[in-house]
Design a protein around this ligand. Structure first.
Ligand code: SF4
Length: 413
């Protein structure tokens, strides 16, 4: 199993709180970037499957019989695969930035390149992030036709005043049109991103956003508390700091998120992520379960064959040479057993379902209790972790201090 992340670093305008690798760019740069990204996709596909094992070329399955079709695209072509030797792509996540700044033709060409270069599972989850103000019906139809089956919409708040403070380019009404168009285009799996603890935001204002948004019945909602990131206009502004809700209000917003979303039928499956049954984001669950992934595009990071590495972050350098062999990346780092154990516990504990201790033993040949016995006992004793059968998970109280707990799962040299 393998996941793909594709980064589109462009936004119409930079939001006041954002420190992601994203920026505005002219049409010409966007077009050149898409071409470069396609080259990276093709050459990464060759690196994964080998020159002769690429989709589209004849490859034979077990018993010498060609296997058929792993493409999810309606009416799409057939591909022959060699089972067991070619990792199939279980999820694709096109993130940003704002991938919806791409024109329909660019979306089509990107996906056609992707399907020629990688073997997608027939039921692959294919998500794309989109921001209101950059979407229209034509783009939404192009996305559906290319097999995108999950849309993640950045709303942040239903309050136009707050949207303006955040530097967002859209209003609530624009979001609503886009949401309805997305439903009309056939999207049956939509996430809405929200933020809490915004400058000048009251508890009532946040609750109103939660209620307005849940009334639309999206399948998935993410809600994160605003963090002032260094280098952003918010970070530098004393005025913004003064307007931030106090700790108690922040806490109440957090509690209200749990309460209201639970009432409305959303299951919390990760610290900040909620979904209707069956709609948890498979791509993100993969990250927390350490499924290997390849990041394509500017600055994208990868975890592949037990190594972590990432892409160039300067767009001009990236466009000149979009593919660098994995082993040639400056930050290429093999994950030793110790760091894999840490990742297993720390990423896994982010999920409300926690981690399986028997799977730990199977993967590492050592019982988790032997490595982490002291930490587990201490936090179970304090009521911050709970052990239920084979699974270890954070309690509600544990989630509140999760970062502190995660630190204790780091193993000393
Ligand atoms: S739209 Fe998203 S990625 Fe773009 S600047 Fe705003 S927060 Fe950052």
């Amino acid at each position: 199993m393998l996941e793909l992340y594709i980064h589109i670093p462009f936004c119409v305008r930079k939001c006041n709180y954002c420190d992601f690798l994203s920026f505005p760019a002219g049409k010409e740069i966007v077009e050149r970037y898409v071409r470069a990204l396609e080259e990276e996709i093709r050459r990464t596909g060759e690196a994964v499957y080998g020159q002769n094992g690429r989709p589209g070329e004849t490859v034979y399955g077990q018993n010498g019989r060609p296997e058929e079709a792993v493409y999810g695209r309606a009416g799409g072509g057939k591909t022959e695969v060699r089972p067991g030797s070619a990792p199939k792509i279980s999820t694709v996540f096109v993130g940003g930035g704002t991938p919806s700044v791409l024109e329909p033709e660019q979306i089509r060409s990107l996906f056609s390149c992707l399907r020629e270069s990688f073997l997608l599972e027939a039921d692959a989850e294919i998500s794309m992030e989109a921001n209101p103000g950059t979407l229209n019906r034509e783009k939404l139809s192009a996305c559906r036709e290319e097999g995108i089956n999950r849309l993640s919409l950045g709303l942040q708040s239903a309050d136009d005043g707050l949207l303006q403070t955040l530097g967002r380019i859209h209003t609530w009404e624009q979001f609503l049109y886009n949401y309805q168009d997305a439903r009309q285009a056939g999207f049956r799996n939509i996430n809405i991103d929200l933020m809490s603890s915004l400058p000048g935001q009251s508890l009532e204002n946040y609750v109103k956003t939660l209620e307005t948004v849940t009334a639309l019945e999206p399948e998935h909602i993410s809600s994160y508390s605003l963090i002032l990131e260094e280098g952003t206009p918010f970070f530098a502004s004393e005025e913004i700091r003064r307007q931030l809700p106090d700790e108690n209000t922040d806490r109440e917003m957090y509690e209200k998120t749990k309460e209201i979303l639970h009432e409305k039928g959303y299951e919390r499956y990760e610290i900040s992520n909620y979904a209707k049954p069956g709609f948890a984001c498979r791509h993100n669950l993969g990250y927390w379960d350490e499924v290997p992934y390849l990041g394509l595009g500017l600055g994208a990071s990868s975890y592949y064959k037990n190594a972590r590495f990432s892409n160039e972050t300067d767009i001009r350098t990236y466009m000149e040479n979009p593919f660098v062999p994995f082993l040639g990346r400056n930050d290429y780092e093999c994950c030793d057993e110790k760091s894999r154990m840490e990742d297993y516990m720390i990423f896994g504990l982010r999920k409300m379902a926690g981690v399986s201790l028997s799977r730990f033993e199977k993967e590492f040949g050592t019982a988790a209790e032997e490595i982490y016995g002291g930490v587990i006992d201490r936090y179970v004793g304090m009521g911050l972790l709970v052990l239920e059968g084979d699974r270890l998970r954070l309690t509600d109280a544990g989630i509140d201090v999760s970062n502190r707990i995660f630190e204790d799962f780091l193993l000393m040299e």
